[in-house]
Design a protein around this ligand. Structure first.
Ligand code: TTP
Ligand code: MG
Length: 387
């Protein structure tokens, strides 16, 4: 995936005053008026306000009672959340027509990887205009689109595009574009970080970019300082979409009667591992870790885990690891158990790990895959590996 390099074109699309604009579709008399959607009870808060109402100082998350004082002539509506989520689905659906990589990040907001689409949609601004028009024609809503070389710049651009517009900054201009902006404009800097920076006389993103590392570490902590500094220059290498995969898979079984013999536990463990292992191999992942869970008669529950030297998807490797964990756990607490469980963790795609697999892991993996094929044909109980 092309990300964060000069050829990437990322769009950030965000509907304008979303809930209000949906309400206006159903009641045209609300067009051009200060409209507020939110909780109407004494403890209710504003979900959103039309741009007309924002002029009075009304904003999201403000108590509705305050909004009423600021804007007594406003039209206050309780909102219809199932309708908004229906419309949101349609919005995302339209966006997916324009890019195979769309990352929806909230009900009315998504990133699109538009890299390499020039041949189809022309230059970015024209493409954004086409998308905006399509959204207006299909669901009647105004949307703003920020365009940048990465997610960060695109997102900040959207703020400049609003309402109902397009704004683009290329990588070459990103640092200069960010420099005069207050630190709070950077996604990821909240009120606390803002205050800490301001206390050190750092007010703009340009000042963050130039600040000595030690000073930033003092304000933001050692982990965030370097990250925020590069973001303050408009640099962001985060991929648009994390590969979708489960980080772990597990199975467990509760016994009808508590069991205390180690061999019974091992038999249960083996069955669970065959189940999880089959799922793991089907998903095309290998595991980096194995963990077991034991629940004792008194409901006390422990987990024990181990990181594999070589990632694996083979039942035998998983079983041997789990068995060793079981033995250690039993040495600590030799009591009968009511539940046993297994998890494979730290999953990663097998293809990207293949070169790391040693010959033993490959044999184990291949044997397990062969057993999967037999089970698929003749049923799960048809075959099992001897211990
Ligand atoms: P936003 O995109 O933050 O706001 P908006 O679409 O109303 O206005 P704009 O993007 O033009 O600034 O949020 C989308 C919807 O999410 C918003 O219409 C209502 C809901 N929402 C809340 O319910 N509570 C909140 O605090 C916020 C920020 C939004
Ligand atoms: Mg919005």
């Amino acid at each position: 995936m092309k990300q964060g390099n000069s050829t990437s074109t990322i769009f950030h699309a965000d509907l304008d005053a979303f809930y209000v604009e949906v309400e206006r579709q159903y009641d045209h008399s609300l067009l051009g008026k200060p409209v507020i959607v939110g909780g109407m009870g004494p403890r209710g808060v504003v979900a959103t306000a039309s741009y007309e109402a924002r002029e009075f100082g009304v904003h999201s998350a403000q108590p509705t009672t305050i909004a009423r004082k600021l804007c007594p002539q406003g039209y206050f509506l309780p909102g219809n959340h199932s309708l908004y989520s229906e419309v949101s689905k349609k919005f995302m659906h339209i966006l997916r027509r324009y890019s195979p990589t769309v990352l929806s990040v909230s009900i009315d907001e998504a990133y699109l990887d538009m890299s390499g689409t020039k041949e189809i949609y022309g230059p970015p601004i024209g493409a954004a205009e086409t998308i905006r028009q399509n959204i207006r024609d299909s669901i009647g809503l105004p949307v703003s689109i920020g365009i940048g070389p990465n997610k960060l710049v695109a997102k900040v651009c959207t703020e400049y595009a609003k309402p109902d517009g397009i704004f683009q900054i290329e990588q070459i201009g990103a640092e200069r574009f960010f420099a005069p902006q207050p630190v709070r404009n950077l996604p990821g800097i909240g009120p606390k970080a803002e205050k800490a920076l301001n206390n050190l006389k750092i007010f703009t993103l340009g000042e963050v970019a130039m600040a000595p590392d030690g000073l930033l570490r003092r304000a933001l902590g050692p982990n965030r300082a370097g990250h925020i500094k590069s973001r303050a220059k408009g640099i962001d290498n985060t991929p648009l979409q994390e590969p979708r995969r489960a980080k772990s898979m597990s199975a467990e079984t509760t016994f009808d009667a508590d069991i205390s013999s180690q061999s019974e536990m091992e038999v249960a463990l083996k069955k669970l591992i065959e189940r999880v292992g089959t799922r793991l191999r089907k998903s095309g992942n290998v595991a980096r870790g194995v963990s077991i869970k034991l629940r004792f008669r008194d409901f006390a529950t422990i987990t024990r885990q181990h990181t594999l030297t070589t990632p694996s998807d083979g039942d035998q490797t998983i079983y041997q690891t789990a068995q060793a964990l079981l033995l250690t756990a039993m040495r600590e607490r030799n009591e009968s158990i009511r539940l046993i469980g297994i998890s494979v963790t730290g999953l990663d795609q097998r293809a990207t790990q293949l070169s790391l697999l040693d010959s033993h892991s490959k044999t184990d993996s291949d044997t397990s895959l062969a057993l999967d094929a037999i089970r698929e044909r003749f049923g799960f109980k048809s075959i099992s590996r001897g211990t």
